[in-house]
Design a protein around this ligand. Structure first.
Ligand code: IMP
Ligand code: MG
Length: 431
């Protein structure tokens, strides 16, 4: 098998701040899998796929949907904006990808993003003196309601009595904040919206945990598609500059309702350099001029919000940290082709602050929070010649890439199992 990965349950997660290219890897792996599952986040994600001449961005539905015969699942850990879901289904059908219960299943216990969640998210961002730089999709406020125990799930939409009660309670909890921003939400309007959402969702809803258990028992291969990235994880990321869900591999079990012992392989995806959108620490951030170059060569603009991404060099200690918190069994290195336009290439190897050297990622974050200047020490790699159109083995890559893989494996302690070197499907090498 091209990818050489044998697990029945495999998780693909981002090793940085999202946008590592997980979408194209999931798309490539989906060829060998039966089921693809999303287990956290919502339409804050943007997974770009380039299939033949078509470019397509998915925000909510797993990337597996574009492969015929694969089942896509939205797990209970995801927050769903029904309007976005319906739009995405329409977009797929316009691209000749039919969507029905045969290929899309949605967890009954996933939480619903209501229009007021988006208003609250946007209002807080614009009024805060230290904004997070969220995607303003209502993700954080929806997860807050969930852990606050007054959120509304897919299942709640189907019972008029329960829905009215829960909406009344939720709106009461948000009343002050909504009236401060001049959005006194009438319950009847919200009920209409929710009933419409219920009608659209109904054909896809099931007990996803049970369905997945059945697939696993039948020997099917299940791929868990992470969104965002490890450093945006609400527990382990660069808090408070994070998203509001757990994005690391363990969440695949919680966010889909299957036992963690079913997940045996964790593929950690990293770009050959580094980007982040939104505020927060970024120790290997490049100079303004270098960032322009990264952005131009790598098209580093948000797939969801269109914002220019902050760009910088590969940060090895952060990647090592991500490998640890995910229990990564392998890494995938993406966009190595971009390195050939950059001139001399740098790799961040360690952090220093206030005369202290070789700080761990956690220590560096602590220093950052205390207002100290954290600097990154770099190793230089020589200018890289362009990559040939087709690559069949590691030896076909320029020496710089071979060296980069050796450095990553030595530092991070897990093998590089895949390298992607172009936008097109097939421009990836499995090692
Ligand atoms: P939120 O998830 O919209 O609440 O945004 C919180 C932080 O996560 C912000 O810095 C966003 O830019 C970032 N973020 C959320 N989703 C993604 C993603 O899919 N890729 C990259 N950054 C993301
Ligand atoms: Mg993205």
């Amino acid at each position: 098998m091209a990818h050489g990965l044998s697990a029945q349950g495999m998780v693909v997660v981002g090793g940085q701040w999202g946008d590592e290219g997980k979408g194209r890897i999931v798309d490539a792996l989906a060829e060998y899998c039966d089921v693809v599952v999303r287990f956290q986040g919502g339409n804050n994600a943007g997974h770009s796929l380039h299939i033949q001449e078509k470019s397509l961005v998915l925000h909510l539905i797993p990337c597996g949907i574009v492969r015929a015969g694969r089942v896509s699942i939205i797990g209970n850990g995801v927050v769903i904006d029904p309007d976005v879901l319906f739009e995405e289904i329409n977009m797929l059908e316009a691209h000749d990808v039919p969507v029905s219960f045969a290929n899309l299943k949605i967890a009954q216990h996933a939480h619903i993003i209501f229009p007021y969640h988006k208003l609250i998210d946007a209002a807080r961002e614009s009024s805060s003196s230290s904004p997070i730089g969220t995607t303003k999709r209502g993700i954080g406020p929806c997860y807050e309601d969930k852990v606050g125990r007054f959120g509304i799930t897919v299942h709640d939409l189907f019972s008029p009595k329960v829905l009215r009660q829960k909406l009344e309670r939720a709106l009461a909890r948000h009343r002050d904040e909504l009236s401060r921003i001049n959005q006194p939400y009438p319950i009847e309007a919200m009920l209409d919206w929710a009933n419409n959402a219920a009608r659209g969702l109904l054909p896809f809803v099931c007990d996803v945990g049970e369905t997945l258990d059945g697939y696993l028992r039948a020997g099917k291969r299940v791929l868990f598609e992470g969104a965002q990235g490890s450093l945006l994880d609400v527990d382990h990321g660069t808090y408070p500059f994070v998203t509001s869900s757990n994005c690391i591999a363990a969440q695949a079990s919680i966010g889909s309702g299957i036992g963690m012992t079913k997940l045996t392989d964790v593929l950690l995806v990293s770009k050959a350099y580094c980007t982040r959108v939104g505020e927060g620490p970024f120790f290997s951030e490049a100079s303004i001029e270098e960032q322009d170059l990264f952005r131009r060569l790598g098209n580093e603009f948000g797939a969801t919000t269109g914002r220019p991404r902050r760009c910088g060099w590969l940060d090895l200690p952060a990647l090592k940290y991500a490998a640890r918190i995910n229990g990564a069994t392998a890494t995938a290195l993406t966009k190595v082709d971009i390195l050939s336009g950059l001139g001399a290439i740098r790799i961040g190897t360690s952090y220093c602050a206030n005369g202290q050297r070789d700080l761990s990622f956690a220590e560096a974050l602590q220093k950052f929070q205390e207002g100290e200047n954290v600097t990154m020490a770099y190793q230089d790699l020589p200018v890289m010649e362009p990559i040939t159109e087709r690559v069949n083995s590691l030896a076909d890559f320029p020496a710089t890439i071979q060296e980069l893989c050796r450095i990553i494996e030595n530092h991070v302690g897990v093998p590089v199992r895949m390298i992607s070197y172009g936008k097109k499907r097939g421009q990836e090498l499995w090692l």
